[in-house]
Design a protein around this ligand. Structure first.
Ligand SMILES: *Cc1c(COP(=O)(O)O)cnc(C)c1O
Length: 456
């Protein structure tokens, strides 16, 4: 017993040291994947009847396996939607694990769920949704979008006229791939309005007017995007809200990436109309500096989500009886057993205060504006469009798609930066262009200049 205790203390110290070193490092490696074959030949058998021992396994992790990842918090990682979880949030993610809280029902997770809800009240306040609106943390934007779509569809099908109908959703080609993917899950069809730029209320109205009578009957929801993942474009939420109200359609705003910018005074007005949404997706693991994984879905009328998602089972009844005194996250999204994954966000918000969040998000927007100005001055690059939120699309004059790919790999190979190309659609043509997405407040002007210089 004594021996085990000493081992445990040592391992705890090792893990804490690793964690502290990792989150306080000023110089980090970008990291590169290796093939499964290579990794296997380096580490050998790791799962054996007797075990290889914690120290040995941890060393394999530190020496080899961790290095085969591409951590997303490097200041020159500007691909996809990067991340920059706060130290407070990361440390509390460890606390969340150590606390073994089942986050489905208040009966078991009251203290943790209370904290999640504190953070959620703040998020709801950013949206300006009416009294009664509330939300729940999910594994990510995909699960949040699915939870919202299920709620919308169930609510729609409560009406006998629609009971046997297959649902139909309208969104735009700028919408995230998860909308189409989750429409498959609920067996609904999707009509995409062909604009990668801002989806306007008038364009939505036109799309609705062009539906057949049966399609119009099947249409139950519209998904607008509050910050497209590719370009940071916010749809005309006012206009779309008005059309949805008029046509009696569920209005969902997918702000998985852009939602963090609701806190930023400089761009808040671009989201006007979001307060009219029936549901909103926001990912704290994108622009609210939470570790993976943490998404969220907010509903104007949470009771509709409860009708759609609440699970029943004889062994769950006890939770319902006791839990009726509190908020049961399991009732508002697709997952039953869940981590109280909003806890790290709560601790970070409580530690730093919401003003720091405002500053950190404004910094991402400022970096995008800064990059735009630098690009305008340089002869070898030009903007594809003005920066939007923290996304910048630009082209290297004279490059073809292979040049972009080659440049990306070269920079990654050198451990210098990760900036990946994307496509931008104008009319019928898709152009390969370069893209920055800024999240990490530690990214500097110098980082941007060095990256652009590497394109000369
Ligand atoms: C990232 C993103 C998603 C998907 O979120 P996950 O957390 O990756 O599941 C959905 N919608 C938008 C707009 C996004 O940017």
């Amino acid at each position: 017993m004594h021996k085990i205790d000493i081992d445990l203390v040592e391992m705890t110290m090792d893990v804490m040291k690793y964690t502290i070193d990792r989150i306080s490092a000023t110089e980090r490696e970008i990291g590169k994947p290796k093939s499964e074959f290579e990794l296997k030949s380096i580490v050998g058998e790791t799962i054996t009847a007797k075990g290889i021992g914690g120290e040995f396994a941890f060393n394999l992790w530190k020496e080899h396996l961790m290095k085969a990842n591409v951590p997303i918090d490097h200041p020159r990682h500007l691909a996809f939607v990067p991340a920059a979880p706060t130290r407070a949030a990361i440390m509390f993610d460890l606390v969340t694990s150590a606390s073994s809280i089942h986050g489905a029902y208040w009966m078991e997770g009251a203290g943790g769920i209370f904290c999640e809800n504190e953070a959620m009240h703040w998020m709801v306040s950013l949206t300006g949704m009416p009294q009664g609106a509330f939300g729940v943390f999910t594994s990510g934007g995909t699960a949040a979008n699915l939870s919202a779509m299920v709620t919308a569809r169930e609510h729609w099908r409560e009406n006998d006229d629609f009971r046997g109908e297959k649902g139909l959703i309208i969104t735009s080609i700028g919408a995230h791939s998860s909308i189409k993917a989750m429409a498959k899950v609920i067996d609904a069809d999707v009509i995409l309005v062909d604009t990668e730029d801002q989806l306007l209320g008038t364009e939505l109205q036109e799309a609705i007017d062009n539906l057949t009578i049966h399609q119009r009957k099947r249409l139950f929801a519209v998904v607008a995007t509050g910050g497209t993942t590719n370009a940071g474009i916010i749809d005309d939420l006012q206009g779309i809200a008005a059309v949805c109200a008029n046509e009696n359609l569920w209005f969902h705003v997918d702000a998985a990436y852009g939602g963090g910018a609701l806190v930023a005074d400089s761009v808040r007005h671009l989201f006007n109309g979001i307060e009219k949404a029936d549901s909103i997706t926001i990912d704290p693991h994108k622009w609210m500096f939470s570790p993976y994984d943490c998404g969220s879905v907010i509903y104007k009328k949470p009771e509709l989500a409860k009708k759609a998602h609440s699970q029943e089972g004889s062994y769950l009844e006890i939770f319902k009886d006791e839990g009726a005194h509190g908020f049961n996250p399991a009732d508002y999204q697709i997952q039953l057993t869940r981590r109280v994954r909003g806890l790290p966000l709560w601790f970070s918000l409580a530690t730093h205060g919401t003003d720091r969040y405002k500053e950190a998000v404004e910094r991402g927007i400022e970096l995008a504006q800064m990059a735009g100005k630098i690009i305008k001055k340089l002869p070898h690059v030009e903007l594809v469009r003005e920066p939007s939120l923290s996304c910048v699309l630009y082209r290297r004059i004279g490059w073809n798609p292979e040049d972009y790919t080659h440049w990306t790999y070269e920079n990654h190979e050198k451990g210098f930066a990760l900036v990946t190309p994307t496509k931008w659609k104008t009319g019928d043509t898709f152009e390969t262009v370069s893209r920055f997405c800024f999240i990490n407040p530690d990214t500097t002007e110098k980082d941007i200049e060095m990256i652009l210089d590497s394109m000369v």
